[in-house]
Design a protein around this ligand. Structure first.
Ligand SMILES: [Zn+2]
Length: 253
């Protein structure tokens, strides 16, 4: 590398120096942040040339693999607060801003799960049959926390049939397992609560370096929290199973 020529500093006389207290920024994130997990994303090497292989058990054909989750805290703010007079499109649904401590370096497609927060989704699902024991089940997009209600479709001129938790079905993670009352390829609709999950889509501040003076008056580089733009995961990835509990777990720590 070529040796850089040091440019002379500007005239600093009568210019008071303002210092950041970087510890206060991290403390703010820690005191007021939501509890989250960050799962580092990396592209799956099954994508040899053009596209990920749909039978790949590392990424389920999504092309993205997620490593070991790390639990921490983050400030998460909606960025759709003022939509007035601004460009808006369907691609902007479910966007938010996230700020984490500098030691957690975020990258594109990292998966963020808000572990204390539950949101409601509703989905149409198809009843499937397990190959090993013939049990009937359906798979929701997100791991289920609670089910508000579940209806089975009977016919176009009959009301939907309500199914009861524990009596007709139970659930475990993202799977709804039926005891009775359904057959293979029946269609159900379910409204359920799950943890909110996001994917990192843009990183507007991945580096925030500040220079502080130490006791000897020397400059020392320090870093402030980083922030990124995140989007609800289902707007980014078209997967059947975001819990990925049927996939190979590639540990990264
Ligand atoms: Zn793959």
């Amino acid at each position: 590398m070529k040796k850089a020529m040091l440019a002379p500093p500007p005239n600093l006389q009568a210019s008071p120096r303002i210092e950041f207290f970087e510890g206060s920024f991290d403390a703010l994130v820690h005191h007021h942040g939501y509890s989250i997990t960050i799962e580092p994303a990396f592209p799956c090497p099954c994508k040899k040339r053009d596209q990920a292989q749909s039978i790949c058990l590392n990424c389920q054909g999504s092309g993205w693999t997620f490593g070991t989750p790390v639990q921490t805290k983050a400030i998460i703010q909606s960025i759709n607060r003022s939509t007035k007079y601004k460009d808006w499109s369907e691609q902007l649904i479910g966007m938010a801003n996230i700020t984490v401590e500098q030691r957690f370096q975020l990258s594109a497609m990292d998966k963020i799960t808000m572990i204390d927060s539950v949101t409601i989704s509703s989905q149409n699902l198809l009843v499937r049959e397990m190959t090993n024991d013939g049990k009937l089940f359906a798979v929701a997009t997100f791991p289920i926390k609670h089910i508000q209600f579940l209806f089975k479709f009977v016919s176009v001129n009959e009301p939907l049939q309500m199914m009861k938790l524990n009596e007709d079905f139970t659930f475990d993670g993202d799977k709804i397992i039926f005891n009775d009352g359904v057959k293979k390829d029946d269609s159900i609709t379910v409204r359920y609560g799950h943890n909110i999950q996001f994917a990192v889509v843009d990183i507007n501040h991945d580096i925030r370096n500040v220079y502080l003076l130490d006791d000897m008056g020397r400059e020392k580089q320090s870093n402030l929290p980083v922030s990124a733009v995140i989007q609800r995961l289902h707007c980014q990835m078209d997967g059947l199973n975001f819990a990925k509990n049927n996939l190979i777990y590639n540990e990264t720590v």
